[in-house]
Design a protein around this ligand. Structure first.
Ligand SMILES: *Cc1c(COP(=O)(O)O)cnc(C)c1O
Length: 448
């Protein structure tokens, strides 16, 4: 297979005729509830490009939602997958185990923050990892309640819908939801500043606000776990004020509450560290991972302190496919690629380049309320000029304009007004700059 040419190319309108043909078949065959951001049908992808079935080449600023961090079809991953699939595709780790599963767990225990003995268990999706982290925390503590935060996203299964904050499109009509789930106020510096500037800059104070709620409405003695994304993903790439996470963690430690970091979106070099928790040096009890773990093969994990991970009884955890051998081979090759190719540093370079280019844009356009994020996880929050009122319509139009111009960009946010950038770490500076220039041009062309 030849490498995908690393240049943007519009061969047809977006979507082109072949994609439109597939769209007709899709609507007759695929359930409506499953939707797509950009209805061009992919043919191949790599580096910083997704090529579609009409021969269009799009700049990829989404990585399939923070998954293909090491580049789509990364050479080491493709080779490892082919080799593993030729040996065996499945035995079920719960029937006859295999080395790859053990090796992925060893790597996770080595790479995740936290000293002392650790254990891991493997699953298929981020939601499944989160569900299992909660099961483990309940088994360890003998308590039931779980607290999540405003703007949180933890998945689409029943328990993770309950943990997720936003009703549309994730929850509406799909209840009743799992019980014993509580929601605490998040630290959202940009929006906190509108009402309380002190809270915005002081993460410890914002944590005290959350802790007061946990204390009064649940009580630590009933609380099995607090779960939080160190930088919130779907909720809008919200980076809590410094001090927020450490203060929460300290409170949890003192009271025997398991602190779960959901690093499904932030993990594996995305934020310019192997895991986002490293930024403030916090060591969560449990870490849920998925997305960037295996370059798109379905794999997820829970990793954490041995005494907590080992709390559930034998055979209490598992699943038919969990830790599939081909997915494990992909994960090992992904981790090798992250380390050998220096991709943690590359994420920081991408962050610096993006902040520089978009920072100049933000300085002259007050529709950019805030530019935030870390590493290759950067967001642009769009607002009405002269204030902070979320502008979801502008956000939708910028994304649509970028798509028409051959740039894949995603949106997010509780208010639907955040453009999010998650480029693969293998994108060239030239392609990244071109993609950011397209975003700037599209925004400039839209009337204020
Ligand atoms: C995507 C995501 C999940 C859910 O992962 P799936 O693999 O889609 O089930 C959970 N938590 C966070 C932070 C995510 O970004």
């Amino acid at each position: 297979m030849s490498a995908v040419e690393q240049s943007r190319r519009l061969a047809t309108a977006i979507p082109g005729p072949r994609s439109l043909e597939l769209a007709v078949r899709r609507s007759a065959a695929v359930a409506r509830g499953v939707s797509s951001v950009l209805p061009v049908y992919a043919r191949r992808a790599g580096g910083g490009i997704v090529e579609d079935v009409d021969g269009n080449r799009l700049i990829d600023l989404g990585s399939g939602i923070a998954v293909t961090t090491v580049g789509n079809a990364a050479p080491r991953v493709s080779a490892a997958v082919a080799a593993a699939a030729a040996e065996f595709t499945h035995t079920c780790f719960m029937v006859t185990p295999y080395r790859g599963y053990v090796e992925v767990c060893e790597q996770l225990n080595r790479l995740t923050p936290g000293r002392g003995p650790k254990r891991s268990a493997l699953f298929n999706s981020g939601a499944e990892a989160v569900e299992n982290a909660v099961k483990i925390a309940r088994a360890y503590t003998g308590r039931q309640a779980v607290a999540a935060f405003d703007h949180a996203y933890h998945g689409r299964t029943n328990l993770t819908m309950a943990l997720t904050s936003k009703a549309m499109p994730y929850k509406s009509g799909f209840g009743p939801f799992a019980p014993e789930v509580y929601r605490a106020p998040m630290s959202y510096p940009y929006r906190d500043a509108l009402s309380d500037p002190e809270l915005a800059g002081n993460g410890a104070l914002a944590a005290e606000r959350a802790i007061a709620m946990l204390d009064k409405q649940i009580g630590a003695a009933n609380l099995a776990a607090v779960i939080i994304e160190p930088i919130q993903g779907e909720g809008g790439f919200i980076v809590p004020a410094p001090g927020f996470l450490p203060t929460l963690l300290a409170w949890c430690r003192d009271r025997g509450v398991v602190f779960i970091a959901d690093e499904v979106q932030t993990g594996f070099a995305r934020t310019g560290a192997m895991f986002a928790c490293e930024d403030e040096g916090i060591e969560p009890d449990l870490i849920a991972t998925a997305k960037g773990i295996a370059d798109g093969l379905p794999l997820a994990a829970v990793t954490g302190r041995a005494e907590i991970m080992d709390a559930p009884h034998a055979a209490g955890l598992g699943g038919t496919y969990g830790g599939n051998p081909v997915a494990c081979a992909a994960a090992l090759a992904t981790i090798e690629t992250l380390e050998l190719d220096g991709l943690v540093d590359r994420a920081r370079q991408i962050g610096a380049l993006t902040m520089d280019r978009l920072g100049r844009l933000a300085a002259e356009d007050d529709r950019i309320g805030e530019l935030r994020g870390r590493g290759a996880m950067i967001a642009v929050e769009l607002v009405r000029p002269g204030g902070a009122e979320p502008d979801a319509e502008l956000t939708r139009r910028v994304a649509a304009g970028a798509h028409a111009a051959g740039v894949i960009v995603l949106t997010c946010g509780t208010f639907g007004n955040v453009l999010r950038l998650l480029p693969p770490l293998t994108i060239s500076d030239a392609l990244l700059t071109e993609g950011l220039d397209v975003l700037a041009e599209v925004l400039a062309a839209l009337p204020r």
